[in-house]
Design a protein around this ligand. Structure first.
Ligand code: PBG
Length: 323
């Protein structure tokens, strides 16, 4: 045998030398949930180790992440049911919990990168990402709401706005509104290929944002499809996106790879709540070793993602797995 691939695996130093993909704190984005009130920190039962924070505690949490070198945060609000309506007006009203949170984080930690989520579902009495009329999700009418929401986030200080709604044309629509208002420097991380998935369950528990009726299949993509993701990516590129995201992550590594191979924008992967819950449950039961976490995160790098949104971000750094 002339070729003995095992020779390149014979020592830790050589294994390290030939390692193709690396993961650093710079690749990680930590999603954080916000609630009304003071001194609140309540654990989400389906996401052990992940909490909803009131703004005061959110600031403490972000400070401790920054000390670890974790610098990017994606914020999500849990909105009281009484504030929700058909048109998600709470998503752009002045002085909301969410806008205050963005402002406070940027005021206290200007160096932190704040990513905001644009979609109607946390604020919608229907629990959908768009306006519902006779059981249908209206596309163009929804864009108007998304535009107001994005503009409010930009005014509050968002560094990157991430539309997660899957309405057609939203990237271009939002890009226009931001530019017209002087926010040419605010980035757009598009949820390019977001699939109608069962893996969002724990997130919807965290926010109380599950659809009241029906499912999201008329706007989120079918998990049987991959080529559609290329159409979505092409549109996002043309409409002015700065990042292309694939969501969920683990069951869609092929989609991450395909966008990476076909487009030159940076690719983000969202390692979603259900993926987190699965791994945590298995580790909690002693069925998997904790090293499954790093193996999972590295798979996103191998597939071609540079940015990884993951609830594991902080623990992976705290435990010294990622530097
Ligand atoms: C809402 C949104 C969802 C997630 C991020 N933004 C849920 C959904 O589309 O129903 C899911 C994130 C996760 O599961 O971790 N637009």
């Amino acid at each position: 045998m002339l070729q003995r691939p095992r020779r390149n695996r014979k020592s830790a130093v050589i294994r390290d030398m030939i390692q193709e993909n690396r993961l650093s704190t710079a690749n990680l984005i930590f999603p954080l949930f916000i609630v009304e009130g003071q001194n609140q920190k309540t654990e989400i039962s389906s996401m052990p180790g992940i909490f909803r924070y009131s703004i005061d505690n959110l600031l403490r949490e972000i400070e401790s992440c920054l000390k670890l070198g974790l610098n990017s945060f994606d914020l999500f609000p849990a909105v009281e049911e009484s504030l929700k309506d058909k048109f998600a007006t709470e998503s752009y009203r002045k002085g909301t919990l969410y806008l205050q949170a963005i402002e406070e984080v940027k005021k206290n930690f200007p160096e932190a990168c704040v990513i905001t989520d644009v979609a109607m579902d946390p604020y919608s009495s229907d629990g959908h990402d768009g306006i519902v009329e006779n059981g249908e999700i209206l596309n163009d009418e929804t864009l108007v709401v998304l535009g107001k929401m994005a503009l409010a986030h930009a005014h509050a200080g968002a560094d990157i706005i991430a539309p997660s709604d899957m309405m057609d044309g939203r990237i271009g629509f939002i890009r226009n509104i931001l530019d017209e208002n002087g926010f040419t420097n605010v980035s757009l991380m598009s949820y390019t290929a977001k699939y109608a998935s069962s893996f969002y369950g724990p997130f919807r528990d965290a926010l109380g944002s599950a659809p009241k009726k029906g499912d999201k299949k008329s706007y989120q993509m079918s998990y049987a499809n991959s080529r559609e993701a290329l159409i979505e990516a092409q549109l996002d590129l043309e409409e002015g996106a700065d990042f292309l995201m694939v969501k969920p992550g683990l069951p869609y590594l092929d989609i991450i790879k395909s966008l990476h191979d076909n487009f030159d924008l940076p690719i983000a992967a969202y390692n979603v709540s259900g993926e987190y819950a699965m791994i945590k449950a298995a580790i909690g039961n002693g069925w998997l070793q904790e090293s499954a976490i790093l193996e999972t995160l590295m798979s996103f790098r191998r597939a071609g993602a540079t940015a990884i949104l993951t609830y594991h971000a902080k623990e992976a750094i705290e435990k010294g797995w990622i530097k």
